[in-house]
Ligand binder design. Structure first.
Ligand code: ATP
Ligand code: MG
Length: 173
């Protein structure tokens, strides 16, 4: 599986529409400080369901929307689309945010809830030990975690946290 394209529209510093086609294999993104490298990764995290403003490096969701620059006015909504491909399949995940409606996620045009997206990610092995984001400063964070936090973190990486969630949901009923 590989990311065939990441498209950003008015997401963070990417005012207007931007398409980033990618090839299979290793990709390195280089650029000066503040040019948007980390914002690209935030877009990738966000479209894959990240909900924590802190992990997206903003204080509120609204800050994900392009705030304008000398050449462009501020936008009202942000959108990120991720195109995935493997030998047999292709799929598009799209996430949109606007101040009125909040956020919406579509997979191949069908509206998904966050839980649906989590299940769907499993089909593409976008979970567990085959896929991880390691952000700046996160190695130190893991070192300083308390044992329970670290266990939850590892369960997430191994993809077994979903069973804990299901058990907890079943216990609530
Ligand atoms: P570094 O090399 O320092 O890690 P970087 O390339 O990772 O830099 P980013 O953190 O991706 O840089 O980009 C930071 C820039 O994005 C800042 O200039 C910030 O003002 C801008 N930015 C973030 N959110 C928005 C927004 N909603 N609208 C406009 N600009 C934004
Ligand atoms: Mg950065």
């Amino acid at each position: 599986m590989y990311i065939a394209q990441l498209s950003l529209k008015d997401f963070k510093s990417f005012g207007g529409s931007h398409e980033l086609p990618l090839a299979p294999g290793l990709t390195a993104i280089v650029g000066p400080n503040g040019s948007g490298k980390s914002n690209l990764l935030d877009g990738l995290r966000w479209v894959l369901g990240e909900g924590s403003a802190g992990r997206l490096r903003v204080t509120r969701q609204q800050d994900l929307v392009f705030q304008g620059c000398a050449a462009l006015p501020p936008a009202k909504e942000a959108e990120v689309a991720l195109h995935l491909r493997d030998e047999r399949r292709r799929a598009t995940v799209r996430r949109r945010y606007d101040a009125e409606g909040g956020g919406t996620i579509f997979v191949d045009g069908n509206r998904f809830r966050l839980q649906d997206l989590e299940e769907w990610k499993r089909l593409w092995h976008l979970e567990g030990d085959r896929f991880a984001f390691i952000g700046q400063g996160e190695v130190a964070e893991v070192i300083h975690q308390r044992p329970l936090q670290r266990r939850l973190h590892l369960e997430g990486l191994f993809g077994i946290d979903v069973y804990r969630k299901k058990r907890d949901e079943a216990a609530e009923r």
